[in-house]
Design a protein around this ligand. Structure first.
Ligand code: PMP
Length: 427
């Protein structure tokens, strides 16, 4: 038993499952999670002092690498002025201006503290604005854990969904239609049937919660056209893709213009900031201007905002996105070659600084494809890499992330570890 095992046993006495968010528990891969003590650049160190190259990056936010000097200085300065005022601060305007510059479809921005809140509020706003109840989401996409989104497809795709969590009344999910990702025909059918009742469509344009799955351009174009035609609000969830798959997010990558956008993760640079925003006419329906209520004691917290603002400045360094993309690309190509050398069924893909590793013969296009992953080989890969000091997400359903500190040297060390791990699996 090492120190991580001891800490995990102790944690489980006071904390359900020993974790404050389920995927941290290593449930699907087995073993004790590593208790992280500190991090710098592309590295983290656990309680035993073991070093890891980190490809989780707090599930996306640490795009500048851990413990970035400018970000820490900005946070220190904000802390020295006070932790929270519950009153307006100039930083909130500055970060909203920065977001508007980087994501031009967002005329106005409201800050919240988590992606879950951003999603919940964006949907309430879409419903308030349209005066309609029904919403469409896609199988395998995640938009936070608010009740109406904890839903799985009903019997047959074109029926309304059932709760996917205990504690959610069926009456709350009865307005949520769950469709297949990357299936434009189902969208056409759904709008043909319920077009006048649909408040919004919510989508991850590059999905990152069923491993990484690229949205098909035709699927996204059809979605935009149908929403416009039927007066439904298109919500693009860029919590994961924002500032990462391109500087302007997935909407810039694909050239689609959402009505509302959700942001999280990178916008807070590792502190609790998220946001939703979009067309002025829609945003002006929110309190105090309009009838849609939304609020938060710590929304726009000055320390968190200083952290996010410094992070958004950091990603605008010349050549930043190219460098980030090249790092993910080098990783994906190197891992694929290492798997091939050892006869392992594996492929990989990346968009900007986000990547997917698949224990599948070809890149997946939706949830059903991802479900075919060879989880047993993935688990061996995960533990083999962890032992060799490389920390990938502990689930076959998660996407991976690189930071600007993932240099060629760091990527090549990862590929060398993968070559050994794949050889061990093949033996
Ligand atoms: N949307 C997407 C696309 C996400 O990936 C996540 C979190 N992984 C969320 C929403 C929810 O964000 P949070 O965990 O901050 O509530």
């Amino acid at each position: 038993m090492d120190l991580n095992d001891e800490l995990f046993q102790r944690a489980q006495i006071s904390i359900p499952g020993g974790v404050n968010s389920p995927v941290r528990a290593f449930r699907s891969v087995g073993g004790s999670p590593r208790f992280i003590d500190r991090a710098k650049g592309p590295y983290m160190w656990d309680a035993t002092g073991k070093q890891f190259i980190d490809y989780i990056l707090s599930w996306g936010p640490m795009i500048l690498g851990h413990n970035n000097d400018e970000v820490i200085a900005a946070v220190d300065e904000a802390v020295s002025k006070g932790l929270s005022f519950g009153a307006v601060t100039q930083g909130e305007t500055l970060i909203a201006e920065e977001v508007r510059k980087l994501v031009p479809s967002m005329d106005q921005v409201r800050l919240v503290s988590s992606g879950t809140e951003a999603g919940m509020s964006a949907i309430r706003l879409a419903r308030g604005y349209t005066g309609r109840n029904k919403i469409i989401k896609f199988e395998g996409c995640y938009h936070g854990h608010s009740d109406s989104l904890l839903v799985k497809a009903g019997s047959g795709m074109l029926t309304f969904g059932n709760p996917s969590s205990a504690g959610v009344p069926a009456s709350v999910t009865e307005h949520t239609l769950v469709l297949e990702y990357n299936n434009p025909q189902q969208l056409e059918d759904a709008f043909a049937q319920w077009g006048d009742d649909i408040a919004c469509v919510i989508v991850e344009a590059v999905a990152g919660n069923m491993n990484m799955v690229r949205g098909n351009p035709e699927f996204l174009r059809t979605m935009r056209e149908l929403c416009t035609k039927h007066g439904a609000v298109l919500i693009v969830d860029e919590v994961m893709t924002g500032f990462r798959v391109a500087q302007g997010g997935a909407q810039a990558f694909y050239g689609i213009e959402p009505d509302l956008t959700m942001l999280g993760k990178v916008i807070g640079g590792g502190m609790p900031v998220a946001a939703f925003g979009g067309r002025r006419e829609i945003m002006q329906q929110i309190a105090p201007l309009g009838p849609v209520y939304q609020a938060g004691t710590l929304s726009g917290n000055p320390v968190a905002v200083a952290c996010g603002l410094a992070t958004l400045k950091g990603i605008q360094a010349p050549g930043f996105q190219d460098k980030l993309s090249r790092a993910a690309d080098r990783l994906v190509k190197g891992l694929t070659a290492a798997a091939q050398e050892n006869g392992i069924t594996f492929c990989a893909d990346s968009v900007g600084g986000m990547f997917g590793l698949y224990f599948l013969p070809s890149v997946p296009h939706g949830f059903a494809d991802v479900m075919k992953s060879d989880t047993e080989t993935f688990n061996r890969f995960f533990h083999g890499m962890l032992e060799r000091g490389v920390y990938f997400a502990p689930s076959v359903f998660e996407a991976g992330f690189v930071s600007i500190m993932h240099t060629d040297e760091v990527i090549d060390a990862t590929i060398a570890a993968a070559r050994e791990t794949f050889a061990e699996i093949a033996a």
